[in-house]
Ligand binder design. Structure first.
Ligand SMILES: Cc1cc2nc3c(=O)[nH]c(=O)nc-3n(C[C@H](O)[C@H](O)[C@H](O)COP(=O)(O)OP(=O)(O)OC[C@H]3O[C@@H](n4cnc5c(N)ncnc54)[C@H](O)[C@@H]3O)c2cc1C
Length: 378
């Protein structure tokens, strides 16, 4: 019997999952199909470099159909409904598919429209189009107050806003206008990052670089006329250039299919990644409601665990290994330095030292991603 595996989503999680599974299973035993609707596969971590003119965006995008290994069916379509009760997935083009295993890897979406004034006032670096627009705005920037921060939690890659802030500091210095600019960083928690010891490290670097930070700042509204933002806590911060991570939500189809509430993130078992009482429906990547980082690195570890598990089951073995929440993530700290954080559900990260070597790791990560990680060979 050929086992029919259906993967929804052609981003980081869906592509790594399909390629890893193909390596671990024979075509006679398992048919792997991916349904995805991305126009291009964009390496989002380059969003911290593209607006600053540090990378050519063409190095950060590839056609999705060329990223799947031989023996994977890739269907360009949009998932319109997921019926786990009846093992059925329907698409916008009017087709429907059944499955033995379903893996939901539809990521999340940006919802800037949920904050009045966001779209007319704020720039960001969370999509390729927005990064290119910000690049233009920054090239016209001559001085003034730049305010950066996430609008709300959760958002993809928690370190990205501070990474961008460090790179911006360097960019303004290289342009010789750092003394004409104030960089302000606002964060929703009572520190500058979610994890305490990383936060302490980042805060020390902010102090060294003259980056001013504001904590407990949960964005409520933007006043374009006054050029100020107000927090739920009642604080006002002014800006000349506003760079905010847009609010995020899971995909609409997830909520509409009854798999999640209005926030759109699917509740999964934290050690098995399955949905509810279904032992053949799994969720990986940003689509889950897990408290660990929404990151490609997280998706990579999850895909590795799940591909191994499904391949074992197909071979008739009982898979006993548990997913332990492992993540390894390299984050830029400016001046061509970075540090790499390793953590899991039970092991908090340690921010010990920054190095040039870690920066090189980050700088070359698009190549590593497209040639190794996505292909399932790492
Ligand atoms: C600025 C920035 C910097 C980042 N830096 C890092 C970093 O340094 N390290 C790191 O590990 N992570 C980083 N990330 C996060 C990382 O890119 C994401 O966590 C990762 O892409 C999540 O993978 P995913 O597959 O879950 O979601 P995605 O990659 O977003 O893929 C979801 C896919 O599902 C498809 N899809 C959605 N809905 C449907 C539908 N209805 N029908 C069909 N297809 C659908 C989409 O087209 C998309 O291709 C960064 C992100 C940003 C924005």
């Amino acid at each position: 019997m050929v086992v029919n595996i259906l993967i929804l989503g052609d981003g980081a999680a869906g592509t790594i999952m399909a390629n890893k599974l193909r390596f671990l299973t024979n075509r006679e035993d398992a048919e792997i199909t991916v349904i995805g609707n991305s126009k291009y596969h964009y390496f989002k971590p380059d969003g911290i470099h593209i607006p600053l003119g540090m990378k050519d965006y063409r190095e950060s995008v590839k056609s999705p159909q060329f990223l799947f290994n031989y023996g994977i069916n890739y269907l360009r379509d949009t998932v319109a409904g997921i019926d786990v009760e009846n093992r059925n997935v329907s698409t916008l083009s009017g087709k429907s598919y059944t499955y033995d295993y379903l893996i939901i890897a539809t990521g999340d979406r940006l919802v800037p429209e949920e904050i009045p004034g966001f779209e007319s006032e704020a720039s960001h670096f969370y999509s390729l189009e927005a990064s290119l627009d910000l690049k233009r705005k920054l090239s016209e920037f001559k001085g003034g107050k730049i305010l950066i921060g996430p609008s709300s939690i959760p958002y993809q890659c928690p370190p990205a806003p501070y990474e961008f802030t460090f790179q911006l500091d360097r960019y303004l210095r290289r342009r010789g206008i750092r003394d004409k600019a104030e960089i302000h960083y606002a964060f929703p928690l009572n520190r500058v990052f979610t994890m305490e010891n990383v936060s302490n490290y980042v805060q020390k670097l902010f102090d060294e670089k003259g980056i001013i930070y504001h904590t407990l700042f949960n964005l409520e509204s933007i006043n374009g006329e006054k050029k100020s933002v107000t927090s739920l806590e009642g604080e006002d911060l002014g800006y000349d250039l506003l760079i905010l991570v847009p609010p995020h939500k899971g995909q609409k189809v997830i909520t509409e299919s009854g798999l999640a509430d209005d926030q759109g993130y699917i509740m999964v078992d934290r050690h098995h990644l399955n949905y509810g009482s279904y032992d053949n429906v799994f969720v990986i990547g940003d689509a889950t409601d897990l408290p660990i980082s929404k990151a490609g690195a997280t998706a990579h570890f999850q895909a590795e665990y799940l591909a191994g598990r499904i391949a074992s089951e197909i071979s008739g073995f009982v898979a006993e290994e548990l997913y332990d929440g492992s993540v390894a993530c390299t984050t830029v700290t400016g001046d061509e330095k970075a540090f790499t954080l390793y953590f899991s559900y039970t092991r908090p990260p340690r921010a010990m030292f920054q190095s040039k070597l870690d920066y090189i790791l980050k700088w070359t990560s698009a190549d590593t991603y497209f040639s190794g990680m996505l292909r399932g060979v790492m």
